[in-house]
Design a protein around this ligand. Structure first.
Ligand SMILES: Nc1ncnc2c1ncn2[C@@H]1O[C@H](COP(=O)(O)OP(=O)(O)OP(=O)(O)O)[C@@H](O)[C@H]1O
Length: 271
């Protein structure tokens, strides 16, 4: 249990400048092993950039540590065995098959100029099956719907079998059933393998249902962090999202966020 003292992922004072503009400023976050942390915030707040910074895909200031080691000190193969990242909408090679793309997640386990092992193929098949994608294995990526593509990107990350999973908006293109299926699968893997999950999520009620802790980003700064019931407070949401909301206790006391229409009369008067 002593390992519990070391966070699985930690960002300290992370800053990112893009196009000459500060996009993230002094952001700090920490996720314990086995924890699910959701990064929330309005459009443009810097959520995707934060995940990319943690994944080491964008130049940054500050420190990122995985299992206590600075990611900058890790060789790419070692880093890829520790952190899997599923981007929101990556460019996919249209002629590559679903199976071959998912198998790319095994790259950190395959020797240089070597070929995949039976174990690599087995892991890939099993993840495709669990994501309802086994029927698509030989389909070219260019012939998939948006939701199918999104599940394939997640499949590649899961195939990597890294203890830290960074998922950028894993459910945006998914129908209700697949949203639940994907989040439940991630949660089951998290519990079974003690994975640490850091995900951006726009749906605040979903974030509250699945995450142990939330970080609210606004204009590139972490303005609140903690358990969902603390971060999803009406005044904070109104201030940072500019939305009228009502927050109610939901299942297991986890908050549910409802959008509330402004009174019709005042909306009509404004029109
Ligand atoms: N390459 C870039 N050059 C300049 N600015 C960028 C670049 N990439 C992103 N940005 C800006 O950085 C800010 C944060 O972008 P980011 O995609 O991280 O936000 P987000 O919180 O994930 O937004 P969304 O909810 O809309 O997905 C935005 O204002 C965006 O326009």
């Amino acid at each position: 249990m002593s390992g519990r003292a070391v966070p699985a992922v930690e960002a300290r004072g992370v800053g990112v400048t893009l196009g000459g503009r500060p996009v993230l400023t002094d952001v700090t976050l920490s996720a314990a092993p086995g924890q699910w942390l959701a990064v929330i915030g309005p459009n443009g707040a810097g959520k995707s950039t934060l995940l990319r910074a943690v994944a080491g895909l964008v130049p940054r200031e500050g420190e990122v540590l995985v299992e206590g080691t600075a990611v900058d000190d890790l060789r790419p193969r070692r880093r890829a065995r520790l952190i899997a990242y599923a981007p929101q909408s990556p460019a996919l090679p249209p002629d590559m098959s679903v199976y071959d793309y998912a198998l790319l997640g095994r790259t950190p386990y395959i020797a240089y100029l070597g070929s995949e092992s039976a174990r690599d193929r087995e892991v890939t098949r099993s993840v495709l099956e669990r994501l309802d994608l086994d029927g698509f294995a030989s389909r070219p990526l260019g012939h998939l719907s948006g939701g199918e593509r999104q599940r394939v990107v997640l499949a590649r990350a899961l195939v990597q079998q890294a203890p830290v999973l960074l998922l950028d908006e894993p459910t945006t293109a998914l129908d209700l059933g697949h949203q639940q299926q994907v989040l439940e699968l991630v949660d089951r893997l998290r519990l079974a393998d003690d994975l640490t999950v850091v995900t951006t999520l726009h749906d605040l009620s979903l974030a509250a249902q699945y995450a142990d802790a939330l970080v609210l980003l606004a204009a590139g700064r972490a303005v609140a962090a903690g358990p969902p019931a603390r971060v999803l407070a009406e005044p904070l949401l109104t201030e940072h999202f500019g939305a009228r909301v009502r927050v109610e206790p939901g299942p297991e006391g986890r908050p549910v966020v409802h959008l509330v229409r402004p009174p019709v009369s005042s909306a009509t008067e404004k029109a």
